[in-house]
Design a protein around this ligand. Structure first.
Ligand SMILES: Nc1ncnc2c1ncn2[C@@H]1O[C@H](COP(=O)(O)OP(=O)(O)OP(=O)(O)O)[C@@H](O)[C@H]1O
Length: 265
């Protein structure tokens, strides 16, 4: 697959989001794409997937089967997970989705309406639909964001398998989740320009923020579980000893509003 002088703007007279991108992708490549927020990573991935057309330039020899897992899975659809995956399977000529729901630990989610899924769970549905048809080009937009630890650990192996049977895998990933894969290619978007480096650049660490949430103590386990499932670092703050403080009757929880990478508090 080849990108030749690909440029893209969303609207006439808008500035170019991507400018003169040139690249070659070969069967078996696994590529990580990094860049600061707004650098154009998602836009480039959508162009690679064929979901948007270059304003100028060309993309040639795209593999016929493309699997695309967007960063925000469109969950506002009136289906359960099973109904949605069955539908996608029919669209994809009867592709088998069951092995993927098993591998991605989704058994408990199958009867859940898409709209009721947490972000991390919705993300898994996006991954399952992208993987089910054995894509020759697998595109993952921030695949590690919000995923539970088991699935995060499974993803590099899945990428290796897709590449091992001749597929191309490209993932935008500021967490360095694919680091360690032999032969990993490193792309970065910088000011609209696509660059490739032979050594791994430092992962982009987003600014961190910490918030305190006060809630009835009985709801704490569910709240913490949900926050962790979504990939945030969350922990209980012991109640203050000051008798007059409302926190003596309720429980404070701190949520670090940054996706966790390796630790679960
Ligand atoms: N649908 C759209 N219409 C107009 N401008 C858009 C649209 N989508 C993205 N942009 C703009 O294009 C630029 C690149 O956005 P893009 O989402 O590709 O960046 P990104 O690197 O994926 O960012 P992030 O890491 O925050 O997801 C940004 O300035 C963004 O505001």
């Amino acid at each position: 697959m080849r990108l030749s002088k690909v440029s893209f703007r969303y609207r006439r007279r808008d500035p170019l989001v991507i400018e003169d991108a040139d690249a070659q992708l070969a069967p078996g490549d696994v590529i990580e794409l990094i860049g600061v927020n707004g650098a154009g990573k998602s836009t480039l991935l959508r162009l690679l997937a064929g979901l948007a057309r270059p304003t100028t330039g060309t993309i040639a020899d795209r593999p016929p089967v493309v699997g695309f897992a967007p960063d925000r899975f469109p969950a506002a659809q009136p289906f359960t997970v099973t109904a949605y995956l069955r539908h996608m399977s029919r669209v994809r000529g009867g592709a088998r989705w069951e092995p993927w729901t098993e591998r991605l630990n989704m058994g408990h989610l199958l009867a859940t309406p898409l709209g009721d899924l947490s972000k991390g769970s919705a993300h898994k549905v996006g991954l399952a639909q992208a993987l089910m048809a054995d894509p020759g080009l697998l595109i993952l937009d921030e695949p590690f964001a919000g995923l539970d630890a088991d699935t995060r650990e499974a993803l590099p192996a899945i990428a290796t398998e897709v590449a091992g049977r001749g597929g191309i895998v490209i993932a935008s990933d500021h967490q360095g989740g694919l680091r360690g894969l032999p032969g990993l290619r490193h792309w970065s978007m910088v000011d609209g320009h696509l660059k490739e480096s032979t050594v791994a650049p430092s992962p982009v660490t987003p600014a961190q923020a910490t918030v305190a949430v006060t809630l009835p103590a009985g709801e704490l386990p569910r709240f913490l579980a949900r926050m962790r499932e979504e990939g945030f670092r969350a922990r209980e703050i012991p109640p203050q000893t000051d008798e007059s403080s409302p926190q003596t009757r309720e429980t404070g929880a701190a949520v670090q509003a940054a996706r966790e990478t390796e630790e679960t508090a």
